[in-house]
Design a protein around this ligand. Structure first.
Ligand code: GAR
Length: 194
């Protein structure tokens, strides 16, 4: 039996993915969400995690970028694996070095399209709409020092029609995230070396 994997979720805003992931692993023998890190004081994700009994830490950018703050926090919660779920800060190099092949991100489009700096949340769905895409979707990928450029782990897509708007595109894509992201995380954890 593999030891339990402790997941930290990093999030900046609403936290619907965070909540969905916490619930997915709530009774899992394989993994659990041990910590939620948020860079935005007052973001709804913090309350969602607290209501589900998961420890939270709010670290504004300077604290997040300071290895002497973040690394001991992750160690204290015995974090093995990091999931970015709507996290809007760049991940610093020291963290990538401390967690090799153990940090993944979700992006709300079919990378390599509609990714990179400034492409998050509704900006992505507006870009998909403006490009008259016939498909949108979600991408889960490894985190590297280049924004949205790490190897792709999984993608799921959904068709669009000319009647779609940025709001309906966002809703269709969000449905994919709710359905697939926890399972993708579980598959990555299952494939991790002990
Ligand atoms: C999600 O749609 C996620 O894919 C996106 O932010 C949203 C967070 O929603 N991430 C990015 O745009 C990263 N570039 P949530 O806070 O309700 O989980």
């Amino acid at each position: 039996m593999k030891p339990m994997v402790n997941i930290a979720i990093f999030a900046s805003g609403n936290g619907s993915n965070c909540e969905n992931i916490i619930n997915h692993f709530a009774h899992s023998p394989k993994a659990r969400v041990a910590l939620v890190v948020c860079n935005k004081p007052g973001a709804p994700v913090v309350g969602r995690a607290q209501r589900l009994g998961v420890p939270t830490a709010v670290l504004p950018r300077a604290a997040f970028n300071d290895p002497a703050t973040l690394l001991p926090l992750l160690k204290r919660h015995e974090v093995d694996f990091i999931v970015l779920a709507g996290f809007l800060l760049m991940v610093p190099a020291y963290l990538i070095q401390a967690y090799p092949r153990a940090i993944i991100n979700i992006h709300p489009a079919l990378l390599p399209k509609h990714g990179g700096k400034g492409m998050y949340g509704r900006h992505v769905h507006e870009a998909v709409w403006a490009a008259h895409e016939r498909l949108t979707g979600m991408t889960v990928h490894w985190v590297t020092e280049q924004c949205d450029c790490g190897g792709i782990i999984a993608q799921y897509s959904v068709p669009l029609t000319p009647a779609d708007t940025p709001a309906t595109i966002a809703a269709k894509e969000h449905e994919l995230e709710m359905k697939h992201f926890p399972q993708v995380i579980e598959a990555v954890i299952d494939a991790m070396p002990q």
